[in-house]
Write a protein that binds this ligand. Structure first.
Ligand code: CO
Length: 288
């Protein structure tokens, strides 16, 4: 008869002790944000990253923010100029050394493609070696159909006000050789086109090339086209493949067809509403 309350007390004490240890852990928990971009070696393009840095630190003022680039080529290029930028793997290792226990990664990529999967893989390998450190990863811009629809509205709202409905707007995305990933661009092009038939999205790689867009513009007899990158920064692809003087650039190809072009060298990271999509995705992981 006496045993029951005794056990209850023991259980209660154990529970209290456990919750003390638990809250103690929470006090010691050190959280940090890691922003991971493809990267750029074009200094003027970096202003797009400055905008992300500012906007994210405003939203998460208490938390330290670090950066990593996924592109090995760009990190090597920058290292030659004396600028060492971490890969995600290197950044994780530094966090472990500085006693961070909770890493919230935000992918600044556009689609969940090879670059994104690389982060996921690096995180999984790291967590295996450091079971005491938790890594959560926020999604890139385009995942489900809701995110594609939201993006279409943001892009349309960001088109220069002077653009007439009869002018084409052609976004340049990167594209992917991986079919499933490339479909995100196909979907976005479809949604943009359904909202405004003169707005298109093509890509440098993959299935959504410029050819059918150029053909449609010709058939409609369009006189003018705005060219806008759908990439986080207006880097190499935007400067050369989109707006460059070479005969293969989109600008040259459209102008050869008699369509006047207005290239806008602005990355998606310079559009606050797009940075907010990344920040929302980050916040979802942050709260977990
Ligand atoms: Co590329």
């Amino acid at each position: 008869m006496y045993k029951k309350p005794f056990f209850l007390i023991v259980a209660l004490a154990a529970f209290t002790l456990n919750s003390c240890i638990h809250s103690g852990n929470q006090n010691q928990m050190k959280k940090s944000i890691l922003l991971v971009a493809f990267g750029t070696s074009v200094p003027e393009a970096e202003k797009a990253f400055d905008n992300i840095r500012e906007r994210i630190s405003k939203r998460f003022p208490e938390t330290e923010i670090k950066w990593a680039y996924t592109s090995n080529i760009i990190r090597k290029k920058l290292a030659k100029q004396g600028r060492k930028i971490d890969s995600p793997k290197e950044a994780f290792a530094k966090f472990a050394e500085s006693g961070i226990t909770d890493i919230v990664v935000q992918s600044l990529h556009t689609i969940p493609g090879a670059e994104f999967h690389e982060i996921v893989k690096a995180a999984a390998e790291f967590e295996k070696k450091h079971p005491d450190i938790k890594i959560s990863i926020g999604n890139p811009l385009l995942t489900d159909s809701g995110s594609v629809d939201r993006m279409a509205d943001i892009l349309i709202a960001d088109i220069p006000a002077e653009r007439k409905k009869s002018d084409a707007v052609i976004y340049m995305g990167h594209g992917s050789e991986h079919h499933v990933e490339d479909m995100k661009y196909t979907e976005l092009n479809k949604v943009l086109n359904s909202k405004d038939p003169n707005i298109y999205l093509g890509t440098v790689e993959g299935k959504n090339l410029l050819d059918p867009i150029l053909k449609a513009c010709r058939e409609k007899g369009m006189a003018k086209a705005y060219l806008i990158p759908f990439m986080s920064v207006a880097g190499d692809h935007a400067i050369n493949d989109m707006a460059g003087p070479g005969e293969d650039s989109w600008k040259s190809r459209l102008e050869k067809a008699g369509i006047k072009t207005v290239p806008i060298l602005k990355g998606t990271a310079e559009v606050d509403a797009i940075v907010d999509v990344w920040a929302d995705n980050l916040n979802r992981q942050f709260k977990r």
